[in-house]
Design a protein around this ligand. Structure first.
Ligand code: GUN
Length: 327
């Protein structure tokens, strides 16, 4: 194919009917963002003599949280962020966790504080998130940052939905004027996702577990974001031909028959091998076999949005360091 310039479009255009979806791989985009963050950290060190610091706090033994926090701390180290992982016993009291957060708020070397969710049931999650200094709230979960996001004022923004916006923009997918449908209304993904899409001038609909006739609404979506936390929930019948489908879910599937419903003949053997060897395979909230037949673009799981979450956390930490230190 000939291009008018030396720069071919980053994504081929899905023009022919019956083509399968183009996969939006998160790796390349996450690596690009991490390179930008690393360059910024080098500049901050050389020109301002500072090194951004991130503290991740984890309470208890949730296995998924252990993997997520491990990735966050490891990536911080790779990029030159001074990071620490505070791991507390499951029986840590609300008061003890509150004190730890307050101490981190007071430390000048800590630019970002992240309390991994979910917290044990005896801890008041909302109160803990509200205790974090909004200037250090690199998750963007503090009510001040939530309010700023909805007012369209510059703020620290939740990492996963921010990563979705980066995937769309860096893949040259237009958002303005498009109908974006978000399935899921969590504080971590669904609600901030809707606010960010609105900020990008999409027309936004939020659907949830009580939405009547869900497929009739999701089929109107130019951009469909699935963030419900149920493996393979979004099926072909939910997707308009040619839509952009963003899968935010991360679920474990151990049932071989269910895996056979989710994956094409080409993908199934390695998924069954994962179930055999590791007990489960990772699946998003979208049925990939059916999505690939209907969508123009689709983010795979794993390898899609998940990789962006950590990259955006690194970016938020550097942004927090610069804003708090008035750079
Ligand atoms: N649990 C699941 N996702 C997240 C996240 O983005 N941040 C925190 N702190 N906890 C989570």
């Amino acid at each position: 194919m000939l291009y008018e310039t030396n720069n071919p479009p980053r994504l081929p255009v899905k023009s022919e009917k019956f083509m399968t979806a183009i996969l939006l791989q998160g790796r390349e985009i996450a690596d690009e963002i991490k390179r930008e963050v690393r360059d910024e950290i080098t500049r901050l060190s050389e020109e301002n003599g500072i090194r951004p610091g991130l503290t991740a706090v984890r309470v208890g033994e949730d296995p998924a949280s252990s993997v997520y926090v491990g990735n966050k701390v490891k990536t911080s180290h790779e990029l030159g962020i001074a990071s620490e992982h505070v791991h507390l016993d499951a029986d840590t009291t609300h008061g003890e966790l509150l004190q730890i957060v307050q101490k981190l708020n007071a430390r000048d070397d800590v630019d970002g504080i992240l309390v991994q969710l979910p917290l044990p049931r005896h801890i008041d999650e909302a109160a803990i998130l509200e205790a974090i200094d909004p200037a250090k709230d690199v998750d963007g979960f503090h009510p001040v940052n939530v309010g700023r996001l909805h007012q369209g004022v510059r703020s620290l923004v939740p990492c996963t939905p921010a990563g979705v916006i980066e995937i769309l923009k860096r893949s040259d997918i237009d958002i303005a004027g498009k109908h974006a449908v978000v399935v899921g209304r969590s504080n971590i993904v669904g609600k901030p996702m809707a606010a960010l899409l609105l900020r990008e001038n999409a027309t936004v609909t939020i659907c949830h577990s009580r939405t009547a006739d869900l497929p009739s609404i999701t089929r109107q979506a130019d951009i469909l974001v699935a963030a419900i936390g149920r493996a393979g929930f979004v099926r072909g019948e939910h997707i308009r031909e040619g839509a952009v489908v963003i899968d935010v879910g991360i679920n474990s599937v151990s049932d071989r028959a269910f895996a056979a419903e989710l994956f094409s003949e080409a993908d199934l053997p390695k998924r069954l091998a994962a179930i055999e060897n590791r007990g489960a395979t990772l699946v998003g909230d979208v049925n990939p076999k059916e999505a690939i037949e209907k969508a123009a673009y689709f983010t795979p799981v794993p390898g899609g949005v998940g990789l962006l979450t950590v990259a955006m956390l690194m970016k938020n930490t550097v942004d927090a360091a610069k804003t708090r230190r008035k750079i």
